[in-house]
Write a protein that binds this ligand. Sequence first.
Ligand code: NAD
Length: 354
Amino acid sequence: MAKVEVQLPQTQYTVLIEPGLLNQIGDLIAKQWSGRKVALITDSNVGPLYQTQVSDQLTAAGFTVCDYVVPAGEASKSWPVIADLAAKMAADHFTRSDGVIALGGGVVGDLAGFTASIYMRGISFIQIPTSLLAQVDSSVGGKTAIDLGDAKNIIGTFYQPDAVYIDPNTLDTMTDRYVAEGYGEIVKTAALDSADFWHLIEQINSVADIRAHATELSRRSVSYKARIVMADEKETGQRQLLNFGHTMGHAIELLAHGGLAHGEAVSVGMVHIMRVFEQLQLTKPGITAAIEERLKAVGLPTESALLGTPEFYEKIKNDKKNKNGTLNLVYVEDYGTPHIYGIPTDEVKAFFKE
Ligand SMILES: NC(=O)c1ccc[n+]([C@@H]2O[C@H](COP(=O)([O-])OP(=O)(O)OC[C@H]3O[C@@H](n4cnc5c(N)ncnc54)[C@H](O)[C@@H]3O)[C@@H](O)[C@H]2O)c1
């Protein structure tokens, strides 16, 4: 079983990755937690596929399971859904000695993690990510969040899980579009990480290839993210590197009003920011084209008519990650050599037009 350790000042946890792991999830969790009540939180798509399998094993392993299902989709990352979950947990007499398990994609992970972090000032939490994006990115690192309307992830906490259990076989029930979307984050991570990880990316020419290499892609992505989070848990420095492609990506994702999925927008954002830095001759020749080619190989978009519009610059100027009037852009000089480049927010338009 592939294992990645996350060591932080206040806590440490293990990420286990293995195809078929869900068949032994009860035993695995029983090794982590003593018998207690668990809130098994999932969504309306994942629930019918995997909830009974997990719930039955937990019961057999001595846990008392309360199954909670939220509607699938980003709209569930909201106060009303949190209030509803917390009310159900209170009605079911959850105490601080009990636990929350997230079974689902990034939405369920962020939502369940936030609930665990505030219920009775924090109760134990475990992640079982089932989407590729959640397996390679959102389940590790401890960021939890809900949205306020258009303002994504504006309310949240840093709250680390006790363990993360990844079964790449759950990708069998995901559509190709979602798998490709999650892969956008893997291409990002590989470019940030190393030439070695990039060699694996060079072998991925279709969504079927992503599925075939899912375990190794997850292991490498999680290892990189763990390293970054261990160095900068609260995103005051190095963790900002993970925003590669995200500043432009967030802007066009918002402007596309649902037309572009997050990973698709990040794909466009990565290529666009690399082109800007290539023009400034700060990147190795050919690297932008290579990143673009790898994204296109699995059908991800790399162009958008929304880039460069007045609304686009407005969104970037107001990005919530801007600090003290500075926009921190991430680019990759070479595989494994990323940089953060700060520009004043009021010079955004001039900078991109050069
Ligand atoms: N906390 C973090 O560090 C972090 C990082 C990146 C993204 N995120 C958040 O993650 C969310 C996006 O995650 P996502 O792409 O997983 O979205 P998601 O949770 O909405 O999952 C995508 C879709 O796939 C379905 N699904 C999940 N697993 C499935 C499976 N195995 N089989 C069939 N269907 C399945 C879901 O029901 C949903 O419809 C966003 O809210 C984003 O803000 C958080």
